[in-house]
Design a protein around this ligand. Structure first.
Ligand code: UT7
Length: 336
């Protein structure tokens, strides 16, 4: 055990943000690589080999970030056996809001019929969901709020340049949500809830992954631009920092993990990150093959799949981790 362990040996009563339910929503239309081949100069073989992606979901008429987010939130509330009025905090992580304002979170709040508490969006691109979990945890463990809906919702298909084959084959749309509830814990690692979270950002890398428009510059939504190789290199090189920090803060190790649920951008990034930290392959949850990269929605979508199929169970130790535009990156350890 290392010298900077917190909470493992001492029993300090403290609030924990405990997972009560998880839900997700996908657009109606699923687009396979084979279908994309007809529109884009690409091949199923190239996409699978370089990324692991075989299909993605693309939002159609009437489907937006807020409609997908609201559907995911409803599903999470149903799993938690809670009603909209039980929620006093809604954080929606998104980079593809329905409108510049109001926030998607307030649109979801209205859609669900939540009239109390606070709702706001958080933008940290692909790391958005980890940032939102960390933020909600700080609200809940301070005692200021009781139950949070933490949502990751995106429609990246709407900011794709469909003539750019280096990006348009990678992304998809969808939403996922967690209900977190403040509960008293003992302060030990055996507590259920968020045990620790670690966030980082470094704005010097803006040009490697960005959108070339916005309300204050072009007055348009713009299109996603990416230097894929550079992002790949940075992701594999740096994202393990925040995971190592999470282990150091708790005294837990990769062997203690039951599940590793990383951002789903590329199978090769996922495998390389897991390998670097000696996380056994059977503990890695991968959904990139069926969802593509759904940015802030990718982790809650993967969590929903792994809870639904019975892999993640109460008491399991789960590591979530993501990196994306900014760059911004983060990790959190959650006892389910
Ligand atoms: O969520 C966080 C943000 N995003 C990411 O994490 C993505 C990070 N980057 C990646 O996942 C990978 O870098 C990519 C999947 C984007 C690209 O893989 P790569 O192995 O780095 O390929 P590359 O960019 O070096 O391209 C290799 C070749 C090029 O051809 P030449 O120059 O070698 O002749 C590309 O023109 O593949 C070509 N290419 C394609 N071919 C068929 C690029 N896109 C495509 C395509 N279909 N869609």
């Amino acid at each position: 055990m290392t010298g900077h362990v917190t909470g493992q040996t001492q029993e300090n009563k403290r609030l924990r943000s405990v997972v009560k339910g998880v839900g997700s929503a996908l657009p109606r239309r699923c687009v396979t690589n084979r279908e994309l081949e007809k529109e884009v100069e690409t091949s199923d073989e190239w996409i699978v080999q370089r990324t692991g992606i075989t299909q993605r979901y693309i939002a159609g008429e009437g489907e937006t970030t807020s409609t997908l987010g609201a559907a995911a939130a409803r599903a999470a509330l149903a799993k938690a056996n809670l009603a909209p009025e039980d929620i006093d905090l809604i954080i929606c992580a998104t980079s593809t809001p329905d409108y510049t304002f109001p926030s998607v979170a307030t649109m979801i709040q209205a859609e669900l019929g939540v009239t109390g508490g606070v709702a706001f969006d958080l933008q940290a691109v692909c790391a958005g969901f980890v940032f939102a979990v960390a933020t909600a945890d700080k609200f809940l463990t301070s005692g200021s709020h009781k139950r949070a809906l933490v949502i990751g919702a995106e429609t990246f298909s709407r900011i794709m340049d469909w003539s750019d084959r280096t990006t348009c084959v990678l992304f998809g749309d969808g939403a996922g949500a967690l209900v977190l509830e403040a509960q008293e814990g003992t302060g030990a690692n055996a507590d259920r809830g968020v045990l620790t979270s670690h966030l980082r950002s470094d704005g010097r890398h803006r040009a490697k992954l960005y959108v070339d428009g916005g309300p204050s510059t072009t007055g348009t939504a713009g299109h996603l631009r990416m230097e894929g190789k550079e992002v790949f290199r940075f992701a594999v090189g740096h994202v393990t920092d925040v995971m190592t920090d999470s282990f150091a803060a708790t005294g837990l190790t990769a062997d203690d993990l039951d599940w590793f649920v990383p951002h789903q951008a590329n199978q090769r990034i996922i495998d390389a990150s897991a390998q670097k930290l000696h996380i056994a392959p059977h503990k890695v949850v991968k959904t990139v093959q069926s969802h593509g990269n759904t940015s802030a929605a990718s982790i809650p979508l993967a969590l929903a799949v792994a809870c639904e199929d019975g892999r993640i169970k109460p008491g399991d130790l789960v590591m979530i981790e993501a990196i994306g535009g900014g760059f911004a990156w983060g990790a959190a350890l959650i006892r389910w």
